[in-house]
Design a protein around this ligand. Structure first.
Ligand SMILES: Nc1nc2c(c(=O)[nH]1)N=C([C@H](O)[C@H](O)COP(=O)(O)OP(=O)(O)OP(=O)(O)O)CN2
Ligand SMILES: [Zn+2]
Length: 149
């Protein structure tokens, strides 16, 4: 049994604000997020299967992560539901991509949310190994399945 890890890298631009935070990030601001998604499994052993030799087609991983995360959050604004007066932002011309999260949109909470979304879409024989989410060039969060058993 040979298990192999596969990693794919994704990029998206997203704005957020940290409600009630005691620093600059309480203001609405943007980041160029970089997300590394690592899955683990055994390469397919069926020579007749088009996915022969693959843990998972990189293209399938791309489709899942794009549908669940990147296509939704790229150029979106994300604010916590704790933010007051959110109804005032009902301006469709500017807030087409606007998400209100049940959590503070920190790197930590976003990566935990991403893990749940990706796990729900992976094929049975493939597991999510880890995620790495860069919020800035020098700040990132990591999620490992082994930490969350
Ligand atoms: N534990 C966390 N701390 C902070 C988060 C977070 O998500 N988790 N987020 C922010 C801000 O949103 C933003 O990411 C600022 O991060 P920071 O690394 O402080 O940004 P800088 O521009 O100051 O980075 P430098 O490279 O050090 O200039 C704040 N904290
Ligand atoms: Zn930020």
């Amino acid at each position: 049994m040979t298990k192999v890890r596969l990693t794919k890298e994704f990029h998206f631009e997203m704005a957020h604000a940290l409600w009630n935070y005691d620093g600059l990030c309480k203001n609405i601001h943007g980041h160029s997020y970089i997300l590394f998604v690592t899955v683990i499994g055994e390469p397919n052993k069926d020579i007749k299967n088009p996915k022969f030799g693959m843990v998972m087609d990189f293209g399938d991983l791309k489709r899942i992560v794009n549908q669940e995360i990147v296509d939704q959050l790229d150029h979106a604004l994300v604010l916590s539901e704790a933010t007051p007066n959110l109804e005032r932002l009902n301006i469709p011309q500017m807030f087409e991509r606007f998400f209100i999260t049940p959590y503070q949109p920190t790197c930590e909470n976003m990566i935990a949310d991403f893990a749940e979304r990706i796990i729900s879409k992976l094929p049975n024989e493939v597991n999510l190994h880890s995620l790495k989410l860069h919020e800035t060039a020098t700040s990132f969060a990591e999620w490992y399945a082994s930490d969350n058993l």
